[in-house]
Design a protein around this ligand. Structure first.
Ligand code: 13P
Length: 322
């Protein structure tokens, strides 16, 4: 198909003319034509994962973005992830399929709140979860993901007070694991908040042999921390289910990850801890929009260089530890 005459959507509508497998082939062809690498988060829908060069968690994708040699990074994830990619590899054109694919958790803290918090705790070291805007990262000392949070906290001198933003559950988990003096912001991920302890208990009763894997953003983490067999980042979950001898798994995180797990392990059973645990922002990205994005080279993600210079300080500290 000639790209110039392809029936493009405006990025919000559907692309009606091709069957999914044909559209996947067109996306791959266009990626080659554009010299684009397609990075997809574990929460993206299966069709997007099928066309990706790399599928991973936020840390892995940041590493791949930094090392990318292709001219274009097609980032299938949410805005803060694409922003981090743009800062780590500023010479590349970074695209996101839907500009509205944000992160409700990241929106729960803004730069002036960090400045106020620091003013009240002048000796505090601020650690931000990667789920924050570049403007928030620019106010912070260290960044972390769910994959390296413990390592990052333990790299900070033991006598320092730590201010952690924005996720309350990840912060609470890190505080329990490291026994450090951590003040925790009260943000949360709405997708993980719907995973309720009662539902998890009922599933565990119904499937006593199932392994229970939990992402540290889960709203039920404070009640279930001791019950989870493993508390893991999305990538660590994907790896764990491949090698675990268990046949059934209860997965407490965003439901998009289940398609990858099921595809990788067709003989195993994966049960979502809540079928409602869907991230509406991640779901804004569709295969049609990935095609549209590559065809039109939109939506471009850029970060002001002066802001990026400041935001890269906590990011690079994290990358050095990872
Ligand atoms: P991971 O770093 O485990 O992929 O989690 C990212 C995220 O945004 C979870 O909501």
């Amino acid at each position: 198909m000639d790209t110039a005459t392809a029936p493009l959507t405006n990025g919000n509508g559907r692309h009606h003319t091709l069957a999914p497998e044909q559209l996947k082939a067109e996306v791959r062809r266009l990626a080659r034509e554009r010299d684009a690498v397609i990075l997809a988060h574990n929460y993206q829908e299966g069709d997007i994962q099928d066309v990706a060069d790399v599928i991973g968690d936020s840390l892995n994708l940041a590493k791949h973005a930094r090392a990318a040699s292709a001219k274009v990074i097609m980032f299938c994830g949410v805005h803060f992830m694409a922003e981090t990619a743009a800062m780590l590899n500023p010479a590349k054109l970074v695209l996101i399929p839907d500009l509205q694919a944000g992160c409700s958790l990241a929106d729960m803290v803004v730069p002036h709140q960090i400045r106020q918090w620091k003013a009240a705790h002048p000796a505090g070291v601020v650690v931000c979860y990667v789920n924050t805007s570049a403007a928030v990262k620019a106010e912070c000392d260290y960044c972390c993901t769910s994959a390296n949070g413990i390592k990052v906290i333990e790299s900070i001198p033991a006598d320092r007070e730590i201010l952690f933003v924005p996720d309350y559950y990840l912060g609470t988990y890190l505080k329990a694991k490291t026994k450090r003096n951590i003040q925790v912001w009260k943000g949360y991920c709405p997708a993980h908040a719907v995973i309720l302890p009662e539902k998890v208990d009922a599933l565990r009763d119904a499937h006593p042999d199932a392994e229970f894997l939990m992402h540290p953003e889960c709203g039920c983490l404070t009640k279930q921390m001791d019950l989870a067999d493993q508390i893991l980042s999305t990538e660590a979950m994907v790896k764990h289910v491949r090698t675990s001898p268990a046949h059934t798994f209860i997965i407490a995180t965003e439901t998009g990850i289940l398609s990858r797990m099921q595809k990788d392990n067709p003989q195993k059973t994966f049960l979502p801890a809540s079928e409602q645990a869907a991230c509406h922002h991640m779901q804004r990205n569709t295969l049609e929009k990935v095609f549209w994005s590559l065809a039109t080279l939109q939506h471009r993600i850029t970060v002001d260089p002066a802001l990026a210079k400041r935001a890269l300080v906590p990011i690079e500290r994290m990358m050095a530890l990872s």
